[in-house]
Design a protein around this ligand. Sequence first.
Ligand SMILES: [Fe+2]
Ligand SMILES: [Fe+2]
Length: 259
Amino acid sequence: MEKYRSKGIKDIIAEFPGVEKILEEYGIGCGPCTVGICQLKDILEIHQIPREAEEELMCRIEAAIYPERNLHVSSHSAGKLTSSGKQVFSAPLQVLVDEHKLIKRWLLLIPQLIKDFDFTSAEDRRVVEHGIDFIRSYADHLHHGKEEDILFTYFDDTAEIFRVIYEDHRKARALVQEMLYALDTVNIEVLTSNLQEYAALLSEHIHKEDEVLFPWLDSRLAKEQVNELTTRFENFDRRLALNDRKFQLFIEGLEHQFS
Ligand SMILES: [Fe+2]
Ligand SMILES: [Fe+2]
């Protein structure tokens, strides 16, 4: 059974479909989850299952994987644990989730922006340049900066989920370099495909953080660390002195234009 603790839950469900239903009975919806990067041992930690229920759940999963062992396990705790609904974050994690909201608004605008994009139009080029500036300044320097330089330093970031998150950040930066090159070389195909790829990558990335990584990290932060993070985030914002309002107005203006 030990080897399955370090196996991806999606792979386990693919091999033993009954496991999905067992997890659901404990309020864990791995089947429909699109993140798909958790190992079995991560799930127990991320979902903060009480010890008694965890033992019962693991026994039931073991029985599903090894039916020949004829394990007799109770399902006493099943049905008593349900997802708590809307996630409540600590103040500093909520700051990051709120930053995601503005980034997601920009991502939603990208398909319409590139649909009728005209390289000969100075206004179209100005909008794309402004959008790339938002990605570099707000989504990367301000937001990913807080994640990588502050939040993640409180944890052992060698876990698989961190590897995936860092790789997403790296890919996003590479896509931005491609976009800038496409602007310089007036290559509309490269520009639009990189913008599309960026929108898909970041949408999925934010989903991973909001639904899996942040609730997990938040549950492991001590009260003093939460207070320290709040102060460090505020100092980081102050040092960067980014004009958030400028970006909010840019996105609001585009939303109005495309509505
Ligand atoms: Fe991130
Ligand atoms: Fe993020």
